[in-house]
Each structure stands twice: as C-alpha cells, then as structure tokens.
Design a protein around this ligand. Structure first.
Ligand code: ATP
Ligand code: MG
Length: 204
C-alpha cells in the first residue's frame, strides 16, 4: 500500500512552519506524497475574512513547486459550503484507492480534533501525524485521549519537528504593521505578496 500525507489548512499565507511539518512527516513516515489541501470556507475560521481562495491556492502552488513529492488539490475549493475534513477524506479515499491516509496537523489543531464535525468518523478514515508547534503541548490531550478514546490512540502520532514559532496570523499582523516577513516563507511567496499586496490593511 502507498502512503499519502494530507496537509489541510487555510494557508493564509503558507509559511515555513507548514513546509517543515509536511517534509518531516513525509520522511519520518515514509509517505509517498504529501497533498496540500487549501480550505474553501473553514468552519473554524468563520469569524474573520479570509484571503480569496484562488490567491491562497496560488501561494501554496508556488511554495511547493520545487518539491516533487508535494502536490496540491482544489477539492475543498470546488465544494460549496464549509470545508469539512470528513468529506474531504471520504473524497480522497475514493481517488487514492491504493493509499493509506495520514492527516498532518500541528499540535494546536490536534488538540481541537474532538470539536471537529464527525471526529470519530474522521479517525476511522485516517491516521494523524501531529507536528509539535511551540506553545501547544500534546501531553494533556494524549492523556485525555487515552482515557476517553483508547481505541483511537494507535491512530495518533506526535512528531517532534524543529520548533518554528511561525504562524499565518503573525505574518498577517506583521504585514499590517509594516514589519518584515522575509525568510518566514519561501522567497517566491514573499515576492508575490510584495508585488500584489493581497493583505491590504489587515486587522485581526
Ligand atoms: P492561522 O494563524 O491563520 O491559524 P496557521 O499558521 O495556524 O494560520 P493554518 O493554515 O491554520 O496555519 O495551519 C494549517 C496546519 O498547519 C494546521 O494543522 C497547523 O497546526 C499546522 N501548522 C501551522 N503552522 C505550524 C508550525 N509553525 N509548526 C507546526 N505546524 C504548523
Ligand atoms: Mg491555524
């Protein structure tokens, strides 16, 4: 069986935290490919205005271009309504019939997994690789999980990655304040943001 990593996110914008997590997961778990899936309408992020989906998608495309094992999917952009992970996984399962699925998240996202729509079903469809993210320990979550959902423990893997305290929120707020963002994300994405200013007077 082949192994497919799935990296979902708003990628508003994509940065080195995402890329490092994806690459470490790929090598550590012998994934054949990692599929980046930019969200259309995120059910978790209704409260703020997201950058246009085409722009976020384009920035991901540019960021992964030089890695032949990184690929991108627009399935969540083509779907109407909120992007539920459970629907995405079911769709991908039909496309990647020969693959075992590994959903890659940061530990911040992992900690919220039981608030996700149909969380238990999600855990029957995929394994999880949770990349450590500064400020978001996983120990408390794992203890709770072991007590309440012992049957899912073997589906969750915490992966230590070199700590990168980079977030899209911070990048947007830096842009709003006129602070530098160079080297937090790939040069191509940096140049695109400089040239097209997709984050006009952003305020969180
Ligand atoms: P925002 O601040 O807008 O929420 P973000 O930086 O968290 O943006 P997302 O698009 O929300 O980026 O994240 C997509 C996935 O990547 C999530 O699972 C998130 O936990 C993970 N991720 C993001 N940044 C990092 C990082 N620095 N280290 C590890 N994982 C990360
Ligand atoms: Mg986030």
């Amino acid at each position: 069986m082949l192994r497919l990593g799935i990296m979902g996110g708003t990628f508003d914008p994509i940065h080195y935290g995402h890329l490092v997590a994806a690459e470490m997961a790929r090598t550590e778990f012998a994934l054949n490919q990692v599929l980046f899936v930019p969200t259309g309408l995120s059910p978790h992020k209704k409260q703020r205005r997201m950058t246009d989906a085409q722009i976020r998608y384009h920035m991901v495309e540019m960021a992964i271009r030089d890695n032949p094992q990184f690929i991108i999917s627009s399935i969540e952009l083509e779907r109407r309504g909120p992007s539920y992970t459970v629907d995405t996984l079911k769709e991908l399962q039909q496309i990647y019939l020969q693959h075992e699925l590994f959903f890659i998240t940061g530990t911040d996202a992992l900690r919220e997994i039981f608030d996700w729509h149909k969380a238990e079903e999600i855990l029957t469809l995929t394994r999880f690789i949770a990349a450590t993210r500064p400020g978001y320990g996983a120990q408390e979550f794992l203890t709770k999980m072991a007590l309440e959902y012992p049957q899912f423990m073997k589906k969750i893997h915490v992966l230590e990655v070199p700590a990168l305290a980079i977030s899209s929120t911070d990048i947007r707020s830096r842009l709003a304040k006129g602070q530098p963002i160079r080297y937090l994300l790939p040069d191509e994405v940096y140049n695109y943001i400089q040239a097209t200013s997709p984050y006009p007077s952003y305020s969180q």
